[in-house]
Design a protein around this ligand. Structure first.
Ligand SMILES: *[C@@H]1O[C@H](CO)[C@@H](O)[C@H](O)[C@H]1NC(C)=O
Ligand SMILES: *[C@@H]1O[C@H](CO)[C@@H](O)[C@H](O)[C@H]1NC(C)=O
Ligand SMILES: *[C@@H]1O[C@H](CO)[C@@H](O)[C@H](O)[C@H]1NC(C)=O
Ligand SMILES: *[C@@H]1O[C@H](CO)[C@@H](O)[C@H](O)[C@H]1NC(C)=O
Ligand SMILES: *[C@@H]1O[C@H](CO)[C@@H](O)[C@H](O)[C@H]1NC(C)=O
Length: 341
């Protein structure tokens, strides 16, 4: 009986829900489109030639023990926001066949682990932000017209939808800190360089119909289970989150009818670092899953699932805070963004 139930839930999650229109009675917005890296990838990398995959045990151990390609034990930050919006979990673009893509009208996930804002940020194959936006362009020009009656209907759908981006960590971890390409740039110059590129992509999304954005960039990458914390590294990453709100304000002023939320995991992490117990963690510098060691039992007590990625317990704190709180996301939270005309 219970295994039948589990099967049914998994079946619903992987098929029916993706292909039915979200019930407007229960969902707060028509759709959520997701862009970014492994913090929000829901399985795009399963289809690419890369070592950066999470489609094996123990990834997904709490997601009905299904390794979907999510780099965590359960749901990602983006998934948790989708649930709060009353939407199905946005399926990975590369996980839906070309002929079925038009049926997905509640949002798609284009995110890809080991990629970033810059084209040359990568290890193996992955979808750079350029390619993610290119695929979204195809969604708008090839797939949505098969579902909606007119261009106006598509524009109405997109203007009410949420565009969630979580990106930038790999531009530091795999690029700035590990290559010589951008060594001539100071941390401030590198942050400006990333924001310029990110801004141009946000504008492309606007030109395609996006209006409501939630943008999260790299947090305290200097803190990881192997080193807790390298503050010299953190200081080099900080300019990106410091400068993001102003960049988004400028875009909002420039792009009529747009509304931008900036998420600052860099600063919010200090709250958790200063009082882990308050958030349900005993020791935030351990990881649950270390290769060759037994997996931890209580995933709810861990901040990190593997060497770099969070547990759902971790993502849940950020999702709750950005959705209805005031400490992580500014100048408004997602609840308020939804209400913005
Ligand atoms: C989860 O899946 C793994 C790999 O498929 C399997 O070895 C393990 O027994 C499963 N765990 C549970 C609790 O079903
Ligand atoms: C990145 O690649 C895209 C094509 O995939 C290209 O249009 C763009 O100019 C490239 N950007 C840079 C900075 O090389
Ligand atoms: C850093 O660069 C070296 C040499 O190119 C490469 O072998 C290694 O995988 C890179 N490490 C990371 C974390 O990107
Ligand atoms: C937290 O866990 C790490 C890694 O297991 C360990 O080195 C450290 O001593 C622990 N810290 C505390 C305060 O227990
Ligand atoms: C995993 O997600 C399910 C479904 O939302 C939830 O009931 C469960 O508490 C989560 N478990 C963990 C360990 O995050």
């Amino acid at each position: 009986m219970s295994s039948f139930k589990v099967f049914w839930v998994a079946f619903l999650m992987s098929y029916q829900v993706f292909f039915t229109r979200a019930d407007s009675e229960v969902s707060l917005v028509p759709a959520m489109y997701v862009f970014g890296d492994s913090s929000v990838d829901s399985g795009n990398n399963n289809n690419l030639n890369t070592m950066a995959k999470a489609n094996i045990y123990p990834y997904g151990i709490d997601f009905n023990n299904k390794s979907t390609g999510r780099f965590t034990n359960n749901k990602t930050f983006a998934d948790l926001i989708a649930v709060k919006l009353g939407l199905p979990l946005p399926p990975p673009y590369l996980g839906v066949s070309e002929s079925e893509r038009y049926k997905v009208v509640t949002g798609i996930n284009y995110a890809s682990g080991a990629c970033g804002i810059l084209n040359d940020t990568r290890v193996g194959d992955c979808l750079s932000l350029d390619v993610q936006v290119k695929y979204f362009t195809s969604t708008v020009t090839n797939d949505l017209p098969k579902h909606f009656q007119s261009k106006d209907e598509i524009q109405n759908h997109l203007s009410k939808s949420i565009f969630l981006l979580s990106i930038g960590s790999n531009d530091y971890a795999l690029n700035y800190f590990n290559r010589t390409t951008y060594q001539n740039k100071t941390p401030i110059e590198f942050a400006d360089f990333l924001l310029e590129k990110l801004g141009s992509k946000l504008k492309e999304l606007y030109d395609l119909g996006a209006r409501k954005y939630v943008v999260a960039v790299a947090g305290q990458l200097g803190c990881s289970p192997s080193k807790f914390c390298d503050e010299v590294k953190n200081e080099k990453i900080k300019p990106l989150s410091d400068k993001l709100p102003k960049k988004l304000q400028e875009l909002q002023a420039q792009l009529s009818g747009s509304s931008f939320i900036s998420s600052n995991p860099f600063n919010f992490f200090n709250e958790i670092k200063n009082a882990p117990e308050k958030y349900g963690f005993k020791n935030i510098s351990r990881s649950c899953y270390v290769d060759g060691e037994p997996l931890c039992d209580n995933r709810e007590e861990y901040y990190y699932f593997d060497f770099a990625h969070g547990t759902e317990a971790n993502y849940r704190i950020y999702a709750n805070e950005c959705f209805s709180g005031s400490k992580l996301c500014s100048p408004k939270n997602i609840e308020q963004l939804v209400q913005t005309p």
